[in-house]
Design a protein around this ligand. Structure first.
Ligand code: EPU
Length: 423
């Protein structure tokens, strides 16, 4: 078990490049299994969740070759016994995406309930409902698993998501590429990773239109060929670095990013007094002499304020003057880390599982804490770098799930952060 030891309040400066998006890589890898041919992906982030997913691909007979640090070649399995590995699937929520490609290609998928971050209830009822609409039979097993079957393939249909689901949209969109006839997904998610996934699938021969909007149409085709694609920059990592610069009032330039994917968060940051300049693929943050002002945040599907930036933003709001209300609308368990920030000197009242009141302008102090999930984990790193004294973060596997070698990258901009073995 490893931990981070952070000495806070050190000056940060320079450039920090953003890596490929975890939540794009985690979708394009299952999508590669729709074809029988090799696909090659560049800028794949070396993070634990991606490694776990690649392990599953190998476990079911796919061939994975890594070239250098960020290129991955995948040769899909020619056969599949219909069973996803019981030990690996519960490790990450994104394993559910394999359902889309494997069911339509092989006709049967037996799998345990997919795991992932502890953010409250993570049901898969929408996936079950959507695949039933496309003609699959679904059986729930006594041990919390499922069997999905479509021995004669899937039949295109119109499916209306009752609520917006990112992986639900992606899984259904993938499966529909090889279904018979046309599928229309209504109330689809519109995250940038979905458009990027559709671009790859279309380059492989799929016929998808409307990705990035709330209605996606897919004409099923007989087969897809392999393809080559570059993972888009991680908008959540980009936003986290911007927030780090603001929380520590440091002159940092975030490079290799796509500011256009962060329009709402950047607009909110500007409105509370942040000073930055935006280029096509970089954000330059200038130090400020006046404290930031409080504001209210409501998480929302894209292009709204992303739930994945809610915890880092809350850390920033502990440094802003006045009272801010943070409202989490996507997950019921995503504000529990606020207790940990309070132990570091923050003044946050949890009004209910979905709302926190932050009284800002408090000084944070170093503390021994544990990372509850990926995004609260990076928020604690930001808090540690903002705090006076030493912060120790345990359970950093949760941070490694989404951020590649974060300590080395932060050391390059002057952060005093070390990875230390616990024993
Ligand atoms: N939901 C259901 N039933 C379902 C599926 C979802 O009720 O069958 C609910 C969820 O419980 C949640 C809401 O619908 O309340 C939205 O969940 P969604 O399905 O959109 O989330 P997801 O696709 O599982 C992805 C990201 C998350 C990100 C959310 C929201 C991946 C692998 N995960 O999750 O990322 O928070 O969209 O943007 O893309 C992270 O990277 O740390 C992370 C948690």
């Amino acid at each position: 078990m490893e931990k981070f030891i952070i000495r806070g309040k050190q000056p940060l400066s320079g450039e920090i490049p953003v890596n490929g998006a975890k939540n794009h890589a985690l979708k394009i890898i299952p999508a590669a299994l729709l074809s029988t041919q090799e696909s090659v992906f560049h800028s794949v982030p070396q993070v634990e969740d991606v490694d776990r997913l690649l392990e599953i691909v190998e476990d079911i007979g796919g061939v994975v070759k890594k070239e250098g640090n960020h290129t991955v070649r995948i040769v899909p399995p020619a056969k599949f016994n219909g069973i996803l590995p019981k030990k690996l699937v519960p490790k990450l929520r994104a394993s559910i995406l394999l359902l889309g490609s494997l069911l339509v290609r092989f006709g049967r998928v037996e799998m345990p309930h997919p795991g992932g971050c502890n953010l409250g209830r993570r049901p898969i009822d929408l996936f079950i409902d959507a695949f039933k609409a496309l003609g699959a039979q679904v059986e729930s097993l006594a041990d919390d698993g499922y069997v999905f079957q479509a021995p004669h393939g899937l039949q295109g249909a119109r499916y209306v998501f009752p609520l917006i689901s990112v992986t639900g949209t992606e899984t259904l969109m993938m499966a529909a590429t090889l279904a018979h006839g046309k599928t229309v997904i209504v109330n689809a998610a519109g995250e940038p990773e979905i458009s990027a996934l559709a671009d790859y699938l279309n380059a492989c021969g799929a016929r998808i239109t409307g990705a990035g909007t709330h209605t996606i149409e897919i004409e099923g085709v007989q087969e897809l060929h392999g393809g080559e694609s570059t993972i888009i920059p991680d908008r959540i990592e980009s936003g986290s670095f911007v927030i780090l610069a603001l929380a520590t009032n440091s002159p940092l330039t975030i490079t290799h990013c796509r500011p256009k994917d962060l329009e709402v968060p950047l607009r909110i940051l500007k409105s509370i007094g942040a000073n930055f300049a935006i280029a096509k693929d970089a954000i330059k943050i200038y130090p400020i002499t006046q404290k930031l002002k409080a504001t209210n945040i409501v998480t929302h599907e894209y292009p709204g304020f992303p739930t994945d930036l809610q915890a880092p933003m809350t850390v920033l709001l502990t440094q802003a003057l006045g009272q801010s209300l943070v409202r989490e609308t996507i997950y019921e368990g995503r504000l529990l880390y606020t207790d940990v920030l309070n132990a570091m000197g923050a003044n946050i009242s949890l009004l209910d599982p979905y709302r926190a009141m932050v009284t800002g302008g408090t000084s944070l102090r170093g503390k021994e804490v544990a990372s509850p999930d990926i995004r609260a984990g990076i928020a604690l790193v930001i808090a540690g770098l903002t705090a006076q004294g030493t912060t120790t973060i345990q359970n950093i596997y949760q941070i490694d799930r989404g951020y590649e070698h974060i300590e080395e990258r932060l050391q390059h901009i002057g952060a005093k952060i070390e990875r230390v073995n616990n024993c």
